[in-house]
Design a protein around this ligand. Sequence first.
Ligand code: SAH
Length: 390
Amino acid sequence: MAKFFLRKKIGDRVINGHPWIFGNELGDTEGTAEPGDIVEVYSYNGSFVGKGYINPASQIRIRLLTRDKNEVINEDFFFKKINEAWEYRKKLGYIENCRLIFGEADQLPALIIDKFNDYLVIQTLALGIEKWKDAIVAALQKIFTPKGIYERNDVPVRTLEGMEQRKGFLSAPFDTNIIINENGLKFHVDIENGQKTGYFLDQQDNRRAIAHVVKDADVLEVFCYTGTFSLHAAQYGAKSVLGLDISENAVATARRNAELNGYENICKFDAVNAFDVLKLWAKENRRYDVVILDPPAFTKSRENIQKAVTGYKEINLRAMKLIRPGGFLVTASCTNLVSPEMFLDTIDAAAKDAKRILRQVEWRTQASDHPILRNIPSTQYLKFLVAQVL
Ligand code: SAH
């Protein structure tokens, strides 16, 4: 196995447990490695650091899988890691649906697995983990005997690793339109064509956090995707709910979700561009008791953080203008590029411009089946604020 040595003058990030090693952190090499191979990493003075997979085509040159010199990376290793991750989810009560593997936070860098009751959806986002896909699928078959396994590798980040984008079955074919239960509601999930893996499990606990503020309220959910918060609002006693999304497909599924739960009279959905209508509706003096915002990331790169911040400020400002005095804003951000502090500062700036005072009700993050590792700040990506708008 090839050996790679860290440079002397690098920070202590890797030594302190971060699994990523960038190209400019590496010095000497002993032996050769093919892209995707498992290699050993040592510090400049020869002490063992860990084993992981390498990809010369990627800025993140090596991602560590273990810090134990005696641990062998083989099929059993993946079985053990996936089993441990499942035990952890079960312990925390995430049984029917959960993010089973959350990459780095489960010590399986660049691997995502979502479990939707009897179905599993996989993303292998780096070459070194892609190479173990058969072992991962074998482990999933053994642990879950699932009704189906599907690959949603139609993700642009794979091109950074020199891999093609693809999606398809990793088990015998099955009907990829399934129904899941969440918080006593039912939702259609389109595993093949839905966004990301088909459904946003990271908000599953936050959806319950709106229970008190939506009772008897007129609710507007912006960026609603398949209407998950809207349906929760109806279940928790909202008077009326309007959900908006730019995607016709998402809105069609949201309407089917309303019917599935018998809330089609309360929940209405429209396919529109949120930026256009929020501006217009504020001018027309439309008012709501609760506005929910769960926009897309707005940026995928560090260079464009300012663009994301501008986007967050604009929609939050517009939302506040639509909220009756004493009503509530429910607002989220799903990119790790915008830190929790930066997000709160942006909301505060929007409140200042809107000349409104915010009284914080809840400040939350992603559901804990998407664990946060304290030494890898990027594992905390979701911000979720419920605030009264005075
Ligand atoms: N709250 C949802 C997830 C929302 S994801 C849930 O919990 O399931 C963000 C959504 O914003 C996507 O469905 C996307 O189609 C939508 N979107 C992106 N740009 C938009 C725009 N300009 N106007 C309205 N919706 C938009």
